[in-house]
Write a protein that binds this ligand. Sequence first.
Ligand code: CTP
Ligand code: CA
Length: 227
Amino acid sequence: ACTFFYKNDLKGKTVLVSAGPTVEPLDPVRFISNHSSGKMGYAIAGAAEKRGAKVILVSGPVSLDPPVGVACVPVGSCDQMYDAMFDHLDQADIIIKVAAVGDFKPVSVNAHKIKKTGDQDQDHMTLELIQNKDILKAIGLKKRKDQYLVGFAAETRDLETYAVGKMEKKHLDMIAANIVGKSGSGFKADTNKVKLFTRDGHVTDLPLMTKEKVAHAILDAVVQAIS
Ligand code: CTP
Ligand code: CA
């Protein structure tokens, strides 16, 4: 048998990762969500654990098992993810926010199943939504100087402009930008194409590779930045 040895370069560090989609309930049986599979965030959590870190994974509902050795905190809505992230923020040395957070939630959650009226003249239905909290921006404002904060940006165009803009607006140390909607990259795929930007001006254009390799490459860049 062949054993692959991981660098132990995250030993003594606590890494807080968020992954997966958020789910915003409309009524007891319905919700608004997105296609995030959780694969990228789970790959980062697993890779960090193998490199010696203590890992806390705050996860929206996905069909993956948490990586062995990782403490998983399951959440549903953006508000729940916000609370779980802030519950664990103080002890984290590195925070990596991979989750696809819903930008809006229903203004109110119906206590009972929403009924259709049955009236053929009323064939339209309007949902009123309100903006969710920006978890990453709130962490960026609150984090200590010794904590390293990494965000993700999913873009369909103007990758660099939007990603760097988000890094500044949310006070991040690094942003991993990925083009979504192209084959082999993004939400459901096992591979990803990511470009890393750091606050101090480093740019790393990673090739299309498995999410596990992308995870290790992101952690390489983080380790380099903090050491
Ligand atoms: N994010 C967050 N809370 C939100 C929305 C986004 O923490 N309510 C985080 C995501 O986890 C990701 C980063 O912000 O790490 C960027 O998410 P993205 O959807 O690309 O950017 P937004 O700021 O939401 O802007 P937009 O969707 O309009 O492009
Ligand atoms: Ca968004």
